[in-house]
Design a protein around this ligand. Structure first.
Ligand code: AMP
Ligand code: MG
Length: 406
């Protein structure tokens, strides 16, 4: 069987995947969710003209002489934050106010406290104020009715705070998928369990749930299953009854212990199995059952990582309604030469650090140690030699702390 390109595999997968339905939720619950409909500001921001400083509201014309000699103004009152001043600032007067206090009528500027001296209710002003100096104008940040969030954008900390500030307490988002994680393999034991000869601790479910965590999906970590057709079928059936998408690791190869494909088709699933022309990668299964999806990843942890990032992640983002399905990219300079003499694209695991790109240790697909300090994939085409200093783009899956600051 021939190999297909990564692009072709991705396009085929995405041709079946459509955003889940929508729901209206509270802004306080929206972090990580994807906006389904444009949201407009309900109010102006700022909502009213207000002071940028602790100081005095004045008519700027009254302060014109203050550069040469100080000007005395009579203080007519005080406006705390959250209050409205009943009177008007007339010539020769000022009003005490604070950062965020509503500008009183009649005033067109604020003199900061540091440029004044008070003596009872007489305030000496030492600096002239231009019209609107130290005033934050109504609507200068956001105007009521302007779009503040587009469909397809993910709710971040700053976006949720903007929604709240601009008068939105709810918004319409896409439903987030429930994703079931299954590890297959007779050799696998739960972390912490004692091992018999030949056994290993299962680690792919933690890898995948960690990669999924920032996407705000509901994650079901299901038990390890043995390499057994009936057990695999039962586990998949259970997983599909609870989840929109099931990710398995292991058991998709060609050995006589690989039951994921057969178990899935026994359930009525339609399977597409590909050898994708990438390294690491090897066999990878994608399948559909009703409107749900199976991602059968290879068992080798590095292969599971790379195929998840390049093939499963975009599909999950599409289910969430996200408009950008790709990993973010950063540019950098290679710290060492990298070459690919093979005939498949090599996704080299690297560490991007302040614009320098280092290869993250040995690249064999079973080696987890080198991933400790990896945060990106470097796509090296076949028959390519990249020299030290070459400018490259790295697809980042996670931002690590800067090594310089350690
Ligand atoms: P498989 O794809 O099932 O043939 O597994 C390939 C390699 O990955 C074998 O060395 C497995 O022991 C290892 N492996 C499979 N699943 C896991 C897992 N969940 N955690 C850690 N290693 C695994
Ligand atoms: Mg296996």
């Amino acid at each position: 069987t021939g190999m297909i390109s990564l692009e072709e595999a991705k396009a085929r997968i995405l041709s079946f995947v459509h955003p889940l339905g929508t729901e209206r939720i509270s802004v306080s619950q929206a972090l990580g969710r994807v906006c389904a409909r444009e949201v407009q500001a309900a109010v102006d921001l700022p909502g009213f003209d207000n002071s940028a400083m602790d100081g005095y509201a004045v008519q700027s014309a009254d302060t014109r002489q203050a550069e040469e000699v100080s000007v005395a103004l009579k203080c007519a009152g005080r406006i705390g934050a959250g209050e409205k001043f009943a009177g008007t600032v007339v010539r020769g007067t000022c009003v005490r106010l604070f950062t965020g206090s509503m500008l009183p009528s009649g005033a067109d500027a604020v003199v900061m406290q540091e440029d004044t001296t008070s003596n009872g209710d007489v305030i000496s002003i030492r600096c002239s104020a231009k019209p609107f100096e130290n005033v934050r104008l109504r609507g200068e940040d956001i105007r009521s009715g302007t779009p503040i969030l587009n469909a397809g954008e993910r709710i971040t900390a700053t976006r949720s705070s903007l929604l709240a500030a601009s008068g939105r307490s709810e918004l319409v988002v896409h439903r987030t998928p429930t994703i079931a994680l299954i590890a297959t393999g007779n050799e696998l034991r739960e972390p912490g369990e004692p091992l018999q000869p030949g056994q290993i601790h299962e680690s792919n479910r933690l890898l995948l749930s960690g990669l999924l965590a920032p996407l705000g999906c509901r994650i079901l970590t299901l038990p390890i299953i043995r390499d057994d057709l009936e057990k695999t079928r039962a586990a998949l059936q259970d997983a599909f009854s609870k989840a929109d998408l099931v990710v398995t690791t292991g058991g998709v190869s060609v050995g006589e212990f690989d039951f994921v494909k057969e178990a899935f088709t026994n359930l009525g699933g339609k399977l597409e199995l590909w050898r994708i022309a990438i390294r690491p990668g090897k066999p990878f299964a994608f399948g559909r059952v009703d409107s749900k999806f199976l991602f059968g990843l290879p068992g080798n942890p590095v292969s599971a990582l790379v195929t998840f990032l390049l093939l499963a992640r975009p599909a999950i983002l599409r289910l969430q309604g996200a408009s950008d399905l790709n990993l973010p990219e950063l540019e950098g300079e290679l710290n060492e030469p990298v070459s690919n003499r093979g005939d498949r694209r090599h996704f080299v695991r690297v560490r991007w650090n302040n614009g320098r790109v280092r290869v993250a240790g040995p690249q064999a697909s079973h080696m987890l140690g080198a991933l400790r300090d990896a945060d990106g994939l470097l796509d090296v085409p076949p028959d390519t030699s990249l020299l030290t200093g070459a400018r490259v783009k790295v697809q980042i899956w996670e931002m690590l702390e800067s090594a310089n600051r350690l």
